[in-house]
Design a protein around this ligand. Structure first.
Ligand SMILES: [Zn+2]
Length: 89
């Protein structure tokens, strides 16, 4: 079945995991990660596509090139903001 998907979400996920892997002393619990994703996604344009096998993968690498800098910037900002003020103790 075909589904509507925001592929920006995929790119943010990917970049967040990569970036957090390089960071020490930052809470990486599911709550914080979700907050970081939401924060980053709100800074970026949504990019909806209909998921069809094959098409999706070529689209993702195309988008990865196109939005790389913006995605990295948004993720770095999200990690800073959320880790400064996590919603839990
Ligand atoms: Zn946390």
């Amino acid at each position: 079945m075909e589904k509507l998907k925001n592929h920006m979400e995929y790119l943010v996920n990917e970049e967040l995991e990569r970036y957090l892997g390089t960071q020490e002393g930052i809470c990486k619990c599911e709550k914080c990660k979700l907050d970081m994703k939401a924060y980053a996604l709100n800074l970026l344009p949504a990019y909806y596509i209909v998921s069809e096998k094959g098409y999706v993968y070529s689209k993702i690498s195309e988008m990865r090139q196109q939005f790389k800098v913006d995605v990295i910037k948004a993720v770095v900002e999200a990690v800073e903001k959320i880790s400064e003020n996590p919603r839990h103790k």
